[in-house]
Design a protein around this ligand. Structure first.
Ligand SMILES: N[C@@H](CCC(=O)N[C@@H](CS)C(=O)NCC(=O)O)C(=O)O
Length: 217
């Protein structure tokens, strides 16, 4: 089957949408972006996503195929894996099954553990007791140490080896959001691997293209 054409319903400031756009840019895949307004989603998104969220990817297979069809895919990490499996050039998942499990475990950690604490810091700070705030700081510091350890134990500059994988692409937008939201943790001088990792991803052309308002949207 030929590769589908892709339309991404996105929102510029959404870290989950950024995961998908970085994946598409890393793999140099053409796609159309529909920039959504979070307070008034498009009809197409409302019909296709059971929870009404960005990102949403519509994949459309060409009419010349025997059974042309479209498919709506949501949940950023499901979209990025779909894209990586469908467009096989420049793979972003490791070859080894254990390493692929590691990508998914890191993604699970990002979404279920790191992001809720980041949101607590970003949106709920004024509602926390001083004890809750102290506990949150301890957890945030341990999250930084976890990422630093993962990078130190890797055989390369990325979370899993020498090449960028979906583990880096899934963590990066959340980490960038964390760094911007938590000035108290902005000094990463004690986390040399993390600092280096962050700088190297910020310098990638894929990130530049995602941030460049004139190139997409
Ligand atoms: N787990 C989802 C999270 C997506 C998400 O939370 N998107 C936010 C924007 S960053 C959204 O669309 N929020 C709208 C809403 O909840 O009403 C994913 O990975 O795609």
């Amino acid at each position: 089957m030929s590769n589908p054409t892709l339309t991404l319903h996105s929102y510029r400031r959404c870290p989950f949408a950024m995961r998908v756009r970085m994946t598409l840019e890393e793999k140099q895949i053409e796609y159309t972006v529909i920039e959504e307004n979070l307070s008034e989603f498009s009809k197409e998104l409302l019909e296709a996503h059971p929870q009404a969220r960005v990102p949403l990817l519509i994949a459309h297979w060409a009419p010349s195929e025997s059974s042309p069809h479209s498919m709506a895919i949501y949940e950023s990490s499901i979209i990025t894996e779909f894209v990586d499996e469908t467009f096989t050039d420049k793979p972003l998942m490791p070859k080894d099954a254990g390493d692929r499990a590691k990508v998914r475990l890191l993604t699970y950690w990002c979404d279920q553990i790191f992001k809720p604490d980041l949101d607590l810091y970003k949106y709920e700070l004024k509602n926390l007791t001083s004890e809750e705030f102290a506990q949150l700081r301890v957890r945030l510091n341990s999250h930084l140490r976890k990422i630093e350890t993962e990078l130190s134990e890797s055989q390369g500059n990325f979370l899993i080896g020498q090449s960028i994988t979906l583990a880096d692409i899934h963590l990066f937008p959340l980490f960038r959001q964390f760094k911007r939201a938590t000035p108290v943790f902005s000094d990463l001088s004690h986390y040399s691997q993390l600092n280096h990792w962050l700088e190297s991803i910020l310098a990638r052309p894929s990130f530049e293209r995602v941030m460049n308002k004139n190139l997409k949207v």
